[in-house]
Design a protein around this ligand. Structure first.
Ligand code: PAF
Length: 285
């Protein structure tokens, strides 16, 4: 039977019991509106741990845009049916009051992730990573899993969570899983639900532009030229409003502009209708 636990102290006690019984614990943190990308994380978590917990919580502290928060898809019943079918052992679905008894506003603890958070998502979503840091730290304290699973689509988030764990000595191993894509290449995301039919048809452009850019980077073209070309190609499509295309070091996440001499990622963010889409591809040299 799959337990649904809503109160942090109860969730903690329940997971401690599982640990005492000798089980390894895996956590898949989510904000709900689950798709096949989440299913992949849960399946991997199940293979690698004795007991799989999925958290479903739309974290107000990480939204820099109130409308994005207010319209974030809520599919709780459907999500529960999906995680049950996948064989998840427990769901942690707390209330806002339980997570932020004093509110998630200005008085909340702030994290500064330094250089890792100053560009890309950090630049366009001020305060976002601090809010992610707070909620992930809370989840790791409440569940105290052996491993926690995150998708590569949110590459900068993954690196920030790794830093959070390193700097604060969390004992959880942070595992990154490859981005799951639709057949036409569009990265799976809960926000894809906001796309109209026509926007959805245009959406795979991001993946095709990134794929082409990877080939160019591997052939020795300068990162500054490749990213400008990719940006222009997205901007040419009137439905898209690109925010950034950046080539970053996988090690330091610093922006690269020359020929690649280290492993990198090319990352994009663009608005398409009411959805803000992000994606990235790794470039191994
Ligand atoms: O990637 C997400 O869905 C969220 O940022 C996370 C990690 C669940 C924290 O709210």
């Amino acid at each position: 039977m799959m337990e649904i636990v809503r109160i942090p102290t109860k969730a903690h006690a329940f997971i401690q019991e599982q640990k005492k019984a000798g089980k390894t614990i895996g956590l898949v943190p989510t904000m709900g509106a689950l798709h096949q990308g989440h299913a992949y994380l849960i399946e991997k978590c199940k293979r690698e741990n004795d007991f799989t917990v999925c958290s479903i919580y739309v974290n107000p502290a990480q939204f820099n845009n109130q409308k994005d928060f207010d319209t974030y898809p809520d599919l709780f019943e459907q999500d529960i049916a999906m995680v049950k079918a996948l064989g998840c052992n427990a769901v942690f679905a707390p209330s806002h009051q339980a997570m932020y008894p004093e509110g998630a506003g200005e008085n909340l603890l702030q994290f500064n992730f330094g250089k890792l958070a100053s560009e890309l998502e950090g630049r366009y979503r001020p305060g976002h990573f601090s809010g992610v840091g707070v909620v992930v730290a809370k989840l790791l304290n409440i569940i105290a899993p052996h491993k926690a699973y995150f998708g590569q689509k949110d590459l900068q988030q993954y690196l920030i969570i790794k830093k959070l764990c390193r700097d604060l000595s969390f004992q959880t191993e942070i595992v990154m899983c490859p981005t799951k894509r639709e057949e036409d290449g569009l990265a799976m995301s809960s926000r894809n639900l906001r796309l109209t039919k026509t926007e959805r048809e245009k959406a795979p452009l991001l993946y095709s532009v990134l794929s082409e850019a990877v080939l160019e980077l591997k052939s020795g073209k300068k990162a500054s030229q490749v990213k400008q070309k990719a940006f222009d190609e997205i901007a040419k499509e009137p439905m898209f409003k690109p925010e950034y295309v950046e080539v970053v070091s996988l090690e330091s996440f610093e922006i690269l502009s020359g020929q690649l001499t280290e492993n990198a990622a090319i990352c994009v963010s663009a608005h398409l209708g009411n959805a803000r889409l992000i994606d990235n591809l790794l470039v191994q040299v």
